[in-house]
Design a protein around this ligand. Structure first.
Ligand code: Z57
Length: 833
């Protein structure tokens, strides 16, 4: 019995000690007994694994306690379904959340091991692309910290986000073999294995009660095997579980060939079914139309739902009460097939009548939308869905039929309206619109920032919002202050602690008490000292990664995010060109480092070209003696969570310059502002709420609003017209066009200039003048170090709204209807356990 509630006295745990001698002993033991190394011969990686195994024991011990309490207390559980988890390195995060970071450093030091040296050897768990995957990781951490019974489900990709190398200025992708050295943080659960079916056909049975039930027969089966990653809450609170599925060939994978006597072929072919969990698709905010992607989506959804149903049964709850005991959150439409899978399980396995099954399903699910961009909206050809998931296609037809009947009744005669609402898009060769399935199958649908949710209701889901206005709600994103402040920025953390104590770490609202210190000269000076140290740390890393030497005593201006036209890296690059030309013209320009970082989807040629142009412009700028150290342009390669923790605390200026209406929320904007960077940004995504929080005097807002962008688009002004009133901009674009910055690849530069002048759907040139003015304003404020530090400190103190804890509470209260279930801390006498 898996979900037992009866503690067996014979199985009582003897708690592990968490003082330095106890940890030292555990690490030494693990080195020999788990890693299997003689301490005299141990490499730094052996020590990394030894300490990780010692900590893992302590985490899993608390996981056991947490799980038991949930089972005893009859709690309602939350299941977060996400194709992506962008976690980063786990050792330091686990140590800090377990409250044993300092003592473990001490224990290692006693063993003659340097914590920093071994910690950097850990591979990032990069099972995600960008914002969406990182949000999932922050939400899991917060659910554990706040004591919510939250379970993550996803895929254990063998290869995560590709490693980005820059060769001859261009991005080259290398596979991310992150499991190469084994992974101390995972617990394989071979006994938790579920079959997942693809293809085959449906056989209908007419039952005596008038219902039809179906059997999905034949086809191919793959096994989903669980790997568990315990997720520790901050300061030895609850430990929750992230369960990632890996594909394994079924035991009878080989029957056909075995019968033909081809043993070798049978064993060799098993690899094919195991490709399902092989690799993360490296596309951010674009839909992938590949059959393998659909199989990945269904694979993890089916395994997760079987597991959720199983747990419900083991706890001896009646199936009718599923939605009282569980809430399932769909992170975008990637897991939306879960709506049909849930119906299949209720109808075909549990023999529940349609209407009752549908009520349960709708009460169970809710869906988060992360984008309005049409190219990111998933639609699957009906023919493909019919072939891969024939039973689900039948269920989707019926869901659609029942839904259209309902609206036909409420809105008689509005045939256009029904056509637009339908799950089936009949205009582009019959496709299943996954967003429609997700909306219809959920009781709540949320956007991720106020502007985004309001645009969702006005555009993408305008029709649905007429049908069900109360279904659409906003939950503005947040980020975890544990990783993004305490871990990434110990200097700032110490400064805050010294002024207001350390309660703010659990309740970010208390950071407001820090605001008065913005007008305290000593605090401002201490803040500048912290920034300087953070810049030195970044400068050292930049030197190591790129060979480029940058000064720590200048403005650090950063744009760090996926490379995408709508995010407008080209707008920042034009500003670099402007500064370059001004310095060449003998003007006195504020010295600065401009740092770009981010990956381009391997198939997104324009984004890859943008990386190449940035690198080529940087090469000219960085080697021109006329710049005299006043301008450096860095492209920081292979941006990932672990590099973000170094770049963000060093930033002065945060570039959040997407075309208004396109960035759903952004979360990098939050991380940077809470580390004391001032934002230069458009009124897009959460920037609007950040402005409201920090005050208009403490942020640089520029450019067209979302409304103006729509109006501007309607006017159809050729982008090149914006050069007429701006001679400087003309000379910049012409320099680009004429290959001034090119290293032989002139054609690329000419093409980018042509794009800006003739095509650019994101209005870089239209917004340039306003952007350049805003940059100049930032420069002026930076020259007044006291005024800048005051604004930066006010940013830190006023960002509490963007704690992920607030976000998670909103989901819990308004969508999931679940309560926190904090596990009481172990008795204080038992020494830090
Ligand atoms: C992704 O990272 C986001 C949206 C998507 O549709 C996909 Br696919 C991937 C991002 C948004 O672009 C950000 O604006 C947002 O902050 C983030 O999701 C988290 O909500």
């Amino acid at each position: 019995m898996t979900e037992s509630t009866q503690p067996n006295p014979r199985h009582r745990l003897s708690p592990l000690t968490c003082d330095a001698p106890g940890l030292r002993q555990s690490i030494r033991d693990a080195l020999v007994r788990v890693v299997g190394k003689d301490p005299d011969l141990a490499t730094p990686r052996d020590w990394l694994h030894a300490v990780s195994f010692a900590i893992r024991e302590r985490i899993i011990e608390r996981r056991v306690v947490t799980r038991r309490q949930f089972a005893e207390e009859d709690v309602k559980r939350v299941y977060y379904l996400s194709m992506e988890y962008l976690i980063g390195r786990m050792l330091e995060a686990n140590l800090r959340n377990m409250g044993i970071f300092e003592v473990t450093q001490q224990a290692l030091q006693d063993l003659g091991v340097d914590f920093r040296e071994i910690a950097r050897l850990e591979e990032d768990a990069a099972l995600g692309n960008g914002g969406l995957g990182r949000l999932a990781a922050c939400i899991l951490e917060s659910m554990a910290t706040q004591g919510y019974p939250g379970y993550g489900y996803g895929i254990r990709y063998e290869y995560g986000m590709f490693q980005q190398h820059i060769e001859h200025f261009r991005q080259v992708e290398h596979p991310d073999n992150w499991l190469r050295y084994g992974n101390p943080w995972e617990f394989p659960r071979p006994e938790k294995t579920f079959p997942v079916r693809f293809y085959g056909y449906v056989v209908e049975h007419h039952r005596p009660d008038g219902e039809t039930s179906c059997n999905w027969e034949n086809g191919e089966e793959v096994l989903a095997m669980a790997y568990d990653y315990p997720t520790a809450g901050y300061e030895r609170r609850n430990v929750n579980n992230l369960r990632l599925w890996a594909a394994k060939a079924t035991r009878d994978f080989d029957l056909r060939y075995f019968n033909e006597g081809d043993y070798i072929r049978a064993v060799a072919d098993k690899n094919e079914s195991e490709t399902i969990s092989m690799v993360l698709y490296p596309n951010d905010a674009t839909a992938i139309g590949k059959e393998l992607r659909l199989k990945q989506e269904y694979f993890f959804v089916s395994a997760s739902l079987q597991d959720i149903f199983d747990r419900h049964r083991q706890l001896e709850y009646p199936i009718e009460e599923l939605a009282d005991k569980a809430a399932i959150q769909l992170n975008d439409t990637h897991p939306a097939i879960a709506v049909a899978e849930c119906m299949r399980l209720l109808l075909d396995e549990h023999r529940i009548p349609w209407d009752q099954a549908w009520t349960i399903t709708q009460n169970l699910f809710s869906y988060t939308n992360h984008t309005l961009m049409p190219e990111a909206l998933e639609t699957w050809p009906v023919a493909l869905m019919e072939r891969v998931l024939p039973r689900h296609m039948g269920i989707i037809y019926r869901i659609n039929h029942e839904f259209i009947e309902e609206v036909r009744h409420r809105f008689p005669g509005e045939h256009e309206f029904f056509r637009r609402l339908s799950i089936i898009d009949e205009e582009h060769g019959r496709r299943v619109r996954m967003a429609h399935l997700a909306v219809i199958g959920s009781h709540r649908v949320n956007g991720v920032a106020a502007l985004h949710t309001s645009l969702l209701k006005q555009t993408l889901f305008a029709d649905f919002s007429r049908v069900w206005p109360e279904r659409f709600v906003n939950v503005t994103n947040g980020v975890t202050p544990r990783l993004w402040m305490i871990q990434a920025n110990p200097g700032l953390t110490e400064l805050i602690d010294s002024r207001i104590g350390s309660d703010w770490k659990f309740d970010l609202d208390r950071l407001k008490q820090f605001a008065p210190y913005a007008s305290d000269e000593a605090t401002r000076e201490a803040f500048r000292a912290v920034k300087l140290r953070n810049k030195e740390r970044l400068a050292a890393l930049v030197h190591k990664r790129t060979g480029l030497a940058i000064r720590p005593d200048v403005m650090y201006d950063v744009q760090i995010k996926r490379i995408h036209e709508y995010k407008r890296q080209l707008l920042k690059l034009l500003h670099v060109i402007e500064l370059y030309q001004r310095i060449r013209d003998g003007e006195d320009v504020l010295p600065r480092v401009v740092l770009f970082a981010g990956k381009a989807a391997p198939g997104y040629q324009r984004a890859k070209d943008i990386i190449a142009v940035i690198n080529e412009v940087a090469d000219i700028v960085n080697h021109d003696p006329a710049m005299g150290d006043r301008l450096k342009c860095v492209f920081f390669p292979n941006y990932e969570v672990s590099s973000a923790t170094i770049i963000i605390p060093a930033a002065d200026l945060s570039e959040q310059i997407s075309t208004a209406g396109f960035e759903a929320s952004g979360t990098g904007n939050m991380k940077l502002a809470m580390n004391g960077a001032l934002t230069i940004g458009t009124l897009d995504g959460a920037n609007i709420e950040i402005r409201d929080a920090v005050g208009t005097e403490n942020i640089f807002i520029f450019g067209m609003t979302a409304d103006r962008v729509s109006a501007h688009r309607a006017q159809g002004i050729p982008p090149g017209a914006h050069l007429d009133s701006h001679p400087r901009l003309r000379s910049m674009v012409e320099a680009l066009r004429d290959g001034f910055f090119s290293n032989g690849g002139r054609h690329l530069h000419a093409e980018i200039a042509r794009y800006l002048l003739e095509e650019d759907p994101f209005f870089v040139l239209a917004d340039y003048a306003a952007y350049s003015d805003a940059c100049a304003q930032a420069d002026r404020l930076y020259q007044d170090a006291e005024a800048w530090s005051e604004a930066a400190l006010l940013n830190v103190a006023r960002m509490s709204h963007f704690s992920i804890d607030r976000t998670v509470r909103e989901y819990a209260e308004n969508i999931w209807n679940v309560l926190p279930e904090p596990v009481p801390p172990p008795c204080p006498e038992s020494n830090k356990n």
